[in-house]
Design a protein around this ligand. Sequence first.
Ligand SMILES: [Zn+2]
Length: 190
Amino acid sequence: MAILPIRLFGDPVLRQQTRAVESVNNELKKLIGDMIETMRNAIGVGLAAPQVGYREQLFVVDISPLLDEIPEELRDNIPEQPMVLINPEITWESDEEEEFEEGCLSIPGIRELVIRPESVQLDYQDENMQEHTLAVDGILARVIQHEYDHLEGLLFTDHLSSFRRGILKRKLEGISQGKAEATYPVQSYS
Ligand SMILES: [Zn+2]
């Protein structure tokens, strides 16, 4: 397995249209392994294919570093980690929303409060192309929605008010010019 450089804010690959995965061939198997290693090396809890330069509808999640923050009685509902989600589709979202501080491996050094539905339901396929339906809430729902956004060409900063975005403008421009201090390998577009 290999650690892949993470693409930074400003890279058009983060905004491109993604394509459905038809089968998990050896190349894609390797990519999935590399993405899990890259996520862990960066101490992230999720990583989507566009963040390492691919257009596949695929992301990986591993919230195990955050499990301590989840009440024990709720941990039974959490699937085994890490998770591989292929061709995900969110089919339901709750009316109840929640505010939570998010960061992104493609936007190092910025964390902001983002409002999202508290729980969602989704269909996806795993690395064996087995179909699953999953209802999630809490931290896992948060991470899944963030990664799902990446497959739609969206970043968490798109959810912020224009006021907050204005405050972050110079920092974001800096990142898109490669001025990012990350503890993991990154690749800027410029
Ligand atoms: Zn992200």
